[in-house]
Design a binder for this molecule. Structure first.
Ligand code: GDP
Ligand code: MN
Length: 386
């Protein structure tokens, strides 16, 4: 689950990570009021959307007094912010963070993520902070230092010191950076994060080490033990189709292709996507309707798939292990006529009562193409769509 910058900062602060003072607001009036209460010499107004690159896109602005904060907030709230991470359609800004302005000495980068290839968390740091870290990783990877963390001992202070040294820090600032990294690690473990990124991590003009920006992703699979995190979810920031699908208990992920897929089982869904690609097209989505594949789930699956304008054809790949294929076929026929399906559909059913199922589909007034096997199914739908 993704959360906003201000929420990430609130969580990190509880673990002793140093962050600027700030408050989130929803209106220009609130923005002015909060700024006046903060009594700072400088302010920063920051758009809160679930994407980075806001600075370059005009979503982060400095102000020198509460009136100016109000003025900037009124222009930012409601604006469609486009950054390299939002895609060309952008995101509407609905909340802004008002922060005290910080005098910056240096901008650094600090990140923590699971490296699956070694089954360990890795702490990454770079002296080139504030800019797109993806670019540094690509063009000059030697500028990123990495420290792998033993899961049994956790991040050791000597490792944090090593990272601090490599960033050119010394004395009190080095000590503060070590404290910062250890606090970040504690927060990461305690909150079951899947990613933490501090870009920029700044050395302030008064010698403090502070998270000027903060991004945390929480592991969805751990949310059951962090009930209080559920209220951090901001549905406005999520893909509307994915939100809709989650209401129906469907595992749906929107992708960029044109072949809508409806499959039961995540593994089969992944394999189906691979075969579509091998056949020369791209899947429009991942959709696992679950083992049961009832009329209800098939109907909901159709609705979600058809809401995506890019979809030009549908491939249904269902294994009738728990359910009987003829039941699924009847469900597909009923649901398709209900939703007024006009796109080409290829169906591949395998398992119990497969023959009856194919008969039903062939005899239906709707023109389904029945595939004999998995690869045939992918090739057929791609061929028809051409
Ligand atoms: P992002 O572009 O979405 O990653 O947003 P950031 O929070 O990283 O802000 C972008 C840039 O704005 C930072 O790299 C800083 O250079 C600048 N910035 C943010 N807050 C402050 C602040 O308090 N003082 C100053 N001087 N600059 C700031
Ligand atoms: Mn940033």
């Amino acid at each position: 689950m993704k959360i906003h910058e201000y929420q990430s900062k609130q969580i990190l602060q509880k673990f002793g990570v140093c962050v600027p003072e700030g408050r989130v607001v929803f209106t220009p009036e609130e923005a002015e009021k909060i700024a006046a209460e903060m009594k700072s010499e400088k302010y920063v107004v920051k758009s809160q959307i679930h994407a980075g690159g806001r600075g370059k896109g005009g979503g982060v602005k400095l102000a020198s007094n509460p009136e100016e904060v109000k003025d900037i907030a009124s222009r930012m709230l409601g604006m469609n912010l486009v950054t390299h991470q939002t895609g060309p359609e952008g995101k509407i800004v609905k909340r802004v963070l008002i922060e005290e302005g910080i005098g910056i000495e240096r901008e650094l980068y600090l990140g923590m993520v699971l490296d699956r290839s070694v089954s360990r968390l890795v702490l990454m740091a770079s002296s080139e902070g504030g800019v797109e870290i993806e670019k540094i990783a690509e063009e000059s990877p030697e500028k990123i230092v990495k420290e792998y963390i033993n899961p049994l001992t956790g991040l050791a202070p000597f490792q944090a010191r090593k990272v601090g040294f490599s960033l050119g820090l010394e004395g009190k600032v080095l000590q503060k950076s070590v404290k910062f990294m250890l606090a970040l690690y504690n927060a990461f473990i305690s909150c079951d994060c899947s990613l933490a990124e501090i870009n920029p991590l700044v050395i302030t003009s008064s010698g403090d080490v502070m998270a000027l920006d903060a991004k945390i992703n929480l592991d969805d699979n751990s949310l059951f033990r962090h009930k209080d995190f559920m209220e951090l979810r901001d549905i406005d920031e999520e893909d509307p189709l994915e939100v809709e699908a989650s209401k129906y208990d469907l595992n749906y992920i929107k992708l960029d292709g044109t072949v809508g897929c409806m499959v039961n089982g995540a593994g089969l869904a992944m394999a189906t996507m691979d075969l579509i690609k091998l056949a020369g097209a791209m899947p429009a989505n991942f959709l696992d309707v679950g083992g049961g594949a009832s009329v209800e789930t098939v109907r909901n699956g159709f609705k979600i798939i058809l809401s995506d304008e890019n979809v030009k054809g549908i491939l249904i790949n269902i294994f009738g292990g728990i359910v009987r294929c003829d039941r699924v076929a009847q469900g597909v026929i009923d649901a398709a006529s209900e939703v007024n399906l006009t796109l080409p559909v290829v169906v591949r059913l395998e398992g119990t009562n497969k023959e009856q199922a194919e008969k039903l589909l062939r005899e239906s007034v709707l023109s389904f193409k029945v595939a004999t096997n998995f690869q045939d199914a992918a090739e057929k739908i791609v061929e028809i769509m051409k």
